[in-house]
Design a protein around this ligand. Structure first.
Ligand SMILES: [Fe+2]
Ligand SMILES: [Fe+2]
Length: 337
């Protein structure tokens, strides 16, 4: 029997069963009227969040920074004092080298290699998209250590039937804060497939390396994160300088709008909703991570309490951390009775 033109040939029985298994039509789910929601369209790279998810309160709302604190932050470097510090510093240098490579930084765009975390002048500035690529790589890595450390301390607490001395909250809050940085920049730049592959692979390597390293020496890991945060403060300071010198005109244009997620998270008032103030706020966050992690690297990992959760106003303590680039010494945090 001849088929009408355009009609497909009927599938043999076996193929028809396989086809149904792979391309099984979705069953209709009958939802109550008040639970029905519109799921936004999936694009090649992103799935937009539905309105009711976006409207949820933030897990860890940011209390915002006082202006004098954001302006006070400066790049700095804590000189290594022990073999563990030197190891952490060496690994940080390798990470910076890899970061420069993947973000396509030319030799004339690099700062003085003898003072990599404090020198901020280069012959040639970076472009806006180079900065965004750098921020996205940096933040996709920076969100890992706090989660690893928080996870391991949580597991340690429930495995050893012990309190955690108040470290977990600060560590998880740090990783959340880094993720908010990343989500903010993703509103301004959509990475291509190559960048996504590098981020994907880097996370696999970095998460697992951090996990096993933290089991071996949490102290060295906190020192390493302290050094990574020195890099972050350096990156954002240099970006601010290039913004101030007029090299990044797109971000200073009157019509430029920062993402809504940033306005909501940092609670930025009208007049502060500029790229400059956003970068200042993110830099202050990085400075607080720098101070927190260098401090945690100075403490006894098993018994010392976290000094950044002593009072209800957490961000007063974050201000202290932001203004202490090398962290607090153990003697400043532990009171002997
Ligand atoms: Fe960050
Ligand atoms: Fe950070």
């Amino acid at each position: 029997m001849s088929r009408p033109i355009g009609a497909s040939r009927p599938l043999p029985l076996w193929a028809s069963a396989a086809h149904r298994a792979v391309f099984r039509p979705r069953r209709h789910v009958h939802l109550r009227q008040d639970t029905v929601t519109v799921v936004p369209k999936r694009s090649a790279h992103t799935v937009e969040q539905p309105e009711f998810i976006r409207g949820l309160p933030l897990t860890w709302p940011h209390e915002g920074w006082r202006e004098n604190i954001v302006l006070e932050v400066t790049p700095s470097h804590r000189k290594p004092r022990t073999a563990g510090d030197r190891f952490a510093w060496g690994v940080t240098r390798i990470c910076r080298w890899a970061m420069d490579l993947v973000t396509g930084m030319g030799p004339e765009q690099k700062v003085d290699g003898k003072h990599p975390t404090t020198a901020t002048i280069a012959i040639k500035p970076l472009t806006e998209s180079q900065w965004l690529v750098r921020f996205i790589f940096l933040e996709s890595i920076a969100g890992v250590p706090g989660m690893v450390a928080g996870t391991l301390r949580h597991l340690h607490s429930i495995r050893r039937l012990k309190h955690d001395q108040g470290w977990i909250k600060t560590l998880l809050e740090e990783s959340y804060n880094e993720r908010m940085h990343l989500l903010t920049f993703l509103d301004m730049y959509k990475p291509g497939w190559l960048m996504r592959c590098i981020i994907f692979a880097a996370q696999g390597v970095f998460y697992n390396t951090m996990f096993f390293s933290y089991l071996v020496s949490p102290r060295v890991c906190h020192r390493f994160v302290g050094y990574l945060e020195e890099e972050a403060v350096h990156t954002y300071t240099r970006c601010l300088q290039e913004m101030d010198s007029g090299s990044l005109p797109g971000w200073a244009a009157p019509g430029f709008k920062i993402p809504d997620i940033a306005v909501q998270y940092w609670g930025l008032q009208e007049g502060r909703r500029t790229m400059r103030y956003l970068i200042l706020s993110i830099r202050a966050d990085e400075a607080s991570h720098r101070g927190v992690n260098h401090t945690l690297g100075n403490l006894d990992q098993g018994s010392d309490p976290n000094p950044f959760v002593q009072e209800s106003s957490h961000f007063r303590h974050m201000e202290l951390a932001a203004t202490r680039p090398a962290g607090l010494e153990r003697g400043e945090t532990i009171r002997s009775e």
